[in-house]
Design a protein. Structure first.
Length: 155
């Protein structure tokens, strides 16, 4: 490994305006567990900000342009250190902050080996698919921000 992973994680939701003029969210099925549907997720490398990491992870896992427009959400979650393997963090680090971002995207995603499928879903369907409650909370915030016009939509 030619980089150091910091004890931070990012999660990115891609969204678009659907044909029914309702927001849709890209839900990706994880290859390591087909029960898990989510946005893209990954670690923050040394010398990266969470926003830079979110753009890198989005480009790698979903094939979006590295210079995509990206919006940082307010919500933060904390993940237990025990879910991360192969990291060499100080033993006092028990919780890892997860930062949430949103990327407007209307094209076709190109998945990495970390996901086996994706589909564009309306809010209710996306909420039913998402396994982790923290990711549901982040989607709740994103949907509310979009409906209130606090984050620009995409056509």
């Amino acid at each position: 490994m030619d980089f150091v992973r910091r004890p931070q994680n990012v999660h990115v939701y891609h969204y678009r305006m659907g044909i029914a003029r309702q927001y849709e969210y890209a839900m990706l099925q994880r290859s390591d567990n087909p029960l898990y549907w989510q946005g893209v997720s990954g670690g923050v490398r040394d010398k990266e900000t969470p926003k830079q990491a979110a753009l890198r992870v989005s480009a790698y896992e979903a094939g979006t342009p590295a210079n995509s427009t990206i919006y940082e959400q307010h919500f933060r979650a904390f993940l237990p250190r025990t879910i991360f393997s192969g990291v060499d963090w100080h033993q006092d680090i028990l919780l890892v902050p997860q930062y949430y971002f949103a990327v407007p995207f209307s094209g076709n995603l190109r998945l990495s080996e970390q996901h086996t499928a994706y589909k564009w879903c309306g809010y209710e369907e996306a909420m039913r698919l998402i396994y982790w409650q923290s990711q549901q909370t982040a989607l709740f915030e994103l949907n509310g921000l979009l409906l209130a016009g606090k984050i620009p939509g995409v056509s």
